[in-house]
Unconditional design. Sequence first.
Length: 138
Amino acid sequence: MTDHEAYDEGYDAYWDGVECEDNPYDPEQEPEKRNSWEEGWREARNRLHVERLAADRSKRCFRGDIGDLPNGVFVRIDAWGEQAILVWGGKLLAWSPGGYRERRPRPKRKEVLVMTPPSTVETIQAGYVPMVHASVEV
């Protein structure tokens, strides 16, 4: 099993067990809002699942230009092999069990394989700031 497959299985198992405890609506007072919130949450989860996995359960990626990608997106670059690389500021950071260790300058333009699902890329471009490991700033 690859790291991506293990992540996907763990991700699915986690979200399958979530009971929507963070729902901001009181189900006793406003059941229509709770239902709407849960439907939206499930729709988003299903969309991400389709964007992340191909029919054969392999990781689904798309091509993009690194100059057009926001901070927080993971890419693969041919010269780095299969490794997931975080785009952050003017740097590309390779993950290791000890955190982000290998750092290279981010090129202004380069075609890359984008590993982050398209809807997540759009969410980040719209202003969401993803949380990252503390070693990003070291």
